[in-house]
Ligand binder design. Sequence first.
Ligand SMILES: [Zn+2]
Ligand SMILES: [Zn+2]
Length: 355
Amino acid sequence: MAAPHPESWIRVTPQGLYCEPGDFFVDPALPVARAVITHGHSDHARPGHDAVLATPETLAIMAARLGEGGPRSPQPLAYGQSVTQNGVRVTLVPAGHVLGSAQVVLDWQGSRLVVSGDYKREADPTCAPFEPVSCDVFVTEATFALPVFRHPPASGEVRRLLDSVSLFPDRAHLVGCYALGKCQRLIALLRQAGWDRPIHLHGAQASMCELYGRFGIALGELRPVPRPQKRGETVLPGEIVLAPPSAEASPWMRRLADPVTAVASGWMRVRQRAKARGVELPLIVSDHADWDDLLATIAEVGAPEVWVTHGREEALIHALAGRGVRGRALHLLGREEDEDAAPEPEPEPAEGASA
Ligand SMILES: [Zn+2]
Ligand SMILES: [Zn+2]
């Protein structure tokens, strides 16, 4: 008997991708009884689910970020381990996106679908590397699915930041980056590049760095941004400060010494975006696969069919057709095009805001 096509057992519903025989959703947009979650970013890990299957790291991130709205019945599953839910085998495999991020491998009656969540292929010292899994259907994001998006090595971008710090020793360097993933990756890359001074954090970044630390990701000495002692005084010349991108437009940044404003995002490839945001030092650092890596990954997993969740679906599907791969746009609701683009809701930091 031929294996059933995944289309017959996985479908798109208003809540999200639903596995019918297993009776669970993957990264649902609305509260459900049983969810499998790829990673902790807010467009994937929503509040209000009952049972949640995810890596221990993702469950910890969800508990920290969602509080009361966190998983009521968490079911930790380590990378490479499997559980069977109503005959559907679920395995979590590293996605290389952020700490704990996983691809969800679903096997049912000889047919295999892989939901990759968000992923990248470039090495990241703060999370396990992406592992390609051969499958019948590969579900992929398409955030940077245009040939213009080719991310340079992140280490070179961090070198540019350090060059600017030595060029402007009297100025603080304020780097806008998201609190989950990008912030810790930048810190780890700065440490690899030899920056061993304390790194200063906006209040919104600190708790996630502590969580990474609890999972064994060493980030070196991190400190809050001090308040100026006197009116008109500024702080941290020659130092590096990481903050959510939204903080760059807030009065909070006025306490810093003549800050050079940087943003670390895949979108910094687009000069107009950097200019429109008044970013002096755009750093192209992304936690998503670029155009080449999307195509290389799809070739590597060897799936004859690819379902595209969000981003530049048309361009990717067109390119896949030229390679003999059938593409399908899922039009999932509630996905941001990228964490880089849409600010995640962050709690107001205890310190910060005023000054
Ligand atoms: Zn993500
Ligand atoms: Zn996402």
